[in-house]
Design a protein around this ligand. Structure first.
Ligand code: ATP
Ligand code: MG
Ligand code: MG
Ligand code: MG
Length: 349
């Protein structure tokens, strides 16, 4: 029979909407002859909803509309829903971005349920979600990075942090909540007053902050696919439409341009693909990850920015586009991820 492919989307994070859009596209593209698609939406307050209406809604609405997929339907008990009522093989595809989805929490629940799932496991998800921990582990493996400092709420006055930041990193700097994505809560600060505001904003999202020197560089991303022997796609470049690649640029105005493949000398392109695969393995990723770099031309060259274990996954997103340019279509990429999930599960159990 067909495999149950349980698509998990929505979630309690600031990236809820983005996740709904992604799920709409995946549900529309996945091969119905292979999969019995089971859409399960998670509401903003964490309730799991079996979204049987989602498939029908997709036939009418354009998948670009997150409203069509807002979790609606019957409330379900997560573990029972995952296990299913018969003993049919199931794979879970978590399309959840940010905390309580991309950070190892849902992955831990899926481990306990004993069900294969797409993407990284508990440790890797948690490591990559936390920008400070990503940097610490990557530094240990000598992966080049920009200069940065960490701050934890309650460990000092804001005025001191402003002073320390300027002394150690200079200006401008980027201030980020340690555990988030889609540029939510991130600002670029050009002076002490902006820095104080940026710190307050980021602290609304997380108790740990990462402050980085602002590098003047091109933004290059690589899609990595695989388990123990990961493959790297061609490199792609983001050309932000504004001062940096912010939330509006990603999802509202769409002013950013994606250049695929990135225009790079072959040796630099080889190098970044190698670095991306090494970063994936160092951080114990599996299945997929988008590994993002800064390319400081004439300076330090490649610097790791971050790793996204559940990257944007609409057909217009960088991760699927990089694989398409590397010869793997969107539906074929979904098949490959499901295969990798099953293989990893077999090896581990
Ligand atoms: P994603 O949606 O990819 O998960 P994110 O929310 O995790 O993004 P980052 O990638 O860390 O956020 O930062 C968002 C954007 O801010 C980057 O794509 C880049 O345009 C800019 N940026 C971040 N850090 C720096 C830096 N140190 N120097 C220069 N630009 C930066
Ligand atoms: Mg990110
Ligand atoms: Mg992200
Ligand atoms: Mg990013």
């Amino acid at each position: 029979g067909r495999l149950r492919l349980l698509v998990l989307f929505g979630g309690a994070s600031a990236e809820h909407d983005v996740s709904c859009v992604t799920a709409a596209h995946v549900l529309a593209a996945a091969d119905r002859t292979k999969y019995d698609l089971i859409p399960v939406g998670i509401t903003r307050d964490g309730t799991w909803i079996r979204n049987d209406k989602a498939i029908a809604a997709l036939a009418e609405a354009t998948p670009a509309l997150p409203d069509a997929l807002e979790p609606a339907g019957t409330e379900v008990e997560p573990l029972l829903e995952i296990a299913g009522t018969d003993n049919r093989p199931t794979v879970v595809l978590p399309l959840l971005h940010g905390p309580h989805g991309e950070d190892g929490t849902v992955q831990g629940m899926l481990e306990l349920a004993g069900v294969p799932y797409v993407g990284s496991g508990v440790l890797s998800s948690a490591l990559c979600m936390d920008k400070a921990m990503t940097k610490v582990v990557a530094a240990q493996a000598r992966i080049p990075q920009c200069r940065w400092i960490e701050f934890r709420a309650g460990t000092g006055e804001r005025a001191q942090l402003v002073e320390r930041t300027i002394a150690e990193l200079g200006l401008p700097v980027f201030v980020k909540p340690a555990n988030l994505g889609s540029s939510v809560g991130i600002s670029k600060a050009h002076d002490a007053a902006e820095l104080a505001e940026a710190i307050d904003l980021a602290l609304r999202y997380d108790e740990v902050l990462v402050i980085e020197e602002a590098v003047t560089a091109r933004e290059i991303e690589v899609a990595v696919l695989g388990n123990l022997t990961p493959e790297a796609s061609v490199a792609g470049e983001i050309r932000p439409g504004s001062d940096f690649y912010d939330y509006a640029d990603k999802y509202v105005n769409g002013a950013a341009a994606l250049v695929i493949p990135a225009d790079l000398p072959p040796e630099d392109s080889d190098r970044v693909r190698e670095l991306a695969a090494a970063t994936f393995s160092t951080l114990r990723c599996s299945g997929m990850a988008r590994v993002d770099f800064f390319y400081e031309e004439g300076g330090r060259g490649w610097l790791l920015n971050e790793v996204n274990t559940i990257p944007g996954f609409t057909p217009a997103s960088m991760y699927p586009k990089l694989w398409e340019a590397s010869g793997l279509s969107y539906p074929a990429l979904i098949d490959r991820l499901v295969e990798l999930a099953s293989q990893r599960h077999e090896i581990r159990s």
